[in-house]
Design a binder for this molecule. Structure first.
Ligand code: 3PG
Length: 398
């Protein structure tokens, strides 16, 4: 069911689950991408004259209120972006939430305080989650699931609530699922996946699944050093997961057997320490000196990656190629983003998945329109790429 299937929503209380888990520096939101991505659904509901109640989480509070995890900065930013008043309730489902909802006029918006302030939200006990879902259900006539970034969590405001009130899928979740499906079911080929980020252990399921699907895997980020070590190269002080070397050796063998090309960088930007102004030099990937750590892929690797992206017809990118937050180590991630933008302009279908790469696109100043789809999901888009069932989606299909 979509929002349109819910019928006339004027005066109806619609509970929306959004993912407003945004990066904060004190009270300042450093990337509001997830808030902006939530706007289409909210605008549809405002125009329909619904009474809109949003529930969301921020960070990982331990089941009790903590000032630093308040959604107050989100309420302020949402109000600016939506151009409509957003009232923040002081609690999740308590007296303040009830009063705020009762006071809502048609087309008005309330944001409930961080749902993870209630320990039942993330409980492993079904009855506890169901009891929070029942409290949420008292505030609403309908539920709209629109927090794509959290659909991989079997939590009360994501999963159980969809069983407690008539539920529909929001426009963001719909767009995310359609785009990710397009990239993973019958992709146009060549199908190239760029993987980065710090740890290979976070991406094992994804790599395992892609070795049966993708044509090329381009490996960057901190995880590349475990690949280099698996090839027998020394990696100096670079990030290395020794306990994953054998697994990666297995991947290299499977890739060869399946005809999947694994593309590793041929040169690396190294520095003696993890610092923005550390002196950077470029070395061959098989000759990282002792005492140096790799912080980005080098210029030859950037050209190599760009050439592999150029003729691709489907591209998925998950994880930055280097420490893009530091200018001196951002060229690799820039080159990957540019390569994808160029390929997209040539007709490729491209998806940027994962919190860090989506943030990189924005922080490095790329126009989001240059990519076919930028996912708001971190763990959720990874689990999608792993081929796992996502509880928050499965419950809507049931
Ligand atoms: C995310 O940031 O990926 C989502 O908001 C989920 O957050 P979580 O990993 O704390 O469940």
């Amino acid at each position: 069911k979509t929002i349109a299937d819910l019928g006339d929503l004027r005066g109806k209380r619609v509970l929306v689950r959004s993912d407003f888990n945004v990066p904060l520096d004190g009270q300042t939101i450093t990337d509001d991408g997830r808030i902006r991505a939530a706007l289409p659904t909210l605008k549809v509901l405002v125009e329909a004259g619904a009474k809109i109640i949003i529930t969301a989480h921020l960070g990982r509070p331990k089941g009790a209120p903590e000032a630093k995890y308040s959604l107050a900065p989100v309420a302020t930013r949402l109000e600016e972006l939506l151009g409509a008043k957003v009232t923040l309730a002081q609690d999740t489902v308590g007296e303040s939430a009830k009063a705020t909802v009762a006071a809502l006029g048609d087309g008005e918006v309330a944001l409930l305080e961080n749902i993870r302030f209630d320990a039942r939200e993330t409980s492993k006990v079904d009855e506890e989650r169901a009891s929070l879902a029942a409290d949420l259900a008292e505030l609403a006539d309908f539920f709209v699931s629109d927090g794509f970034g959290v659909v991989h969590r079997k939590q009360a405001s994501v999963y159980d609530i969809a069983k407690a009130v008539p539920a529909a899928v929001g426009t963001l979740v719909l767009k995310e699922v359609e785009s990710l499906k397009k990239a993973t079911d019958n992709p146009a080929r060549p199908y190239t996946v760029v993987l980065g980020g710090s740890k290979v252990s976070d991406k094992l399921g994804v790599i395992g699944n892609l070795l049966g699907k993708a044509d090329r895997l381009l490996i960057g980020g901190g995880m590349l050093f475990t690949f280099l070590a698996a090839k027998g190269y020394s990696v100096g002080n670079s990030l290395l997961e020794e306990d994953q070397i054998d697994t990666v050796k297995g991947y290299l063998e499977t890739a060869e057997k399946n005809g999947v090309e694994i593309v590793l960088p041929v040169d690396i930007v190294v520095a003696p320490e993890f610092k923005a102004d550390a002196p950077a030099t470029v070395v061959a990937a098989d000759a990282i000196p002792e005492g140096q750590m790799g912080l980005d892929i080098g210029p030859e690797s950037q050209k190599l990656f760009a050439s592999k992206l150029a003729d691709s017809k489907t591209i998925v990118w998950n994880g930055p190629a280097g420490v893009f937050e530091f200018e001196a180590f951002s060229a690799g991630t820039r080159a990957v983003a540019q390569g994808i933008v160029d390929a997209t302009a040539n007709g490729a279908f491209s998806v940027v998945g994962g919190g860090d790469s989506a943030a990189a696109v924005r922080i490095l100043g790329f126009d989001e329109a240059g990519f076919s789809h930028i996912s708001t999901g971190g763990g959720a888009s990874l689990e999608f790429l792993e081929g796992k069932e996502l509880p928050g989606i499965a419950v809507l299909d049931a």
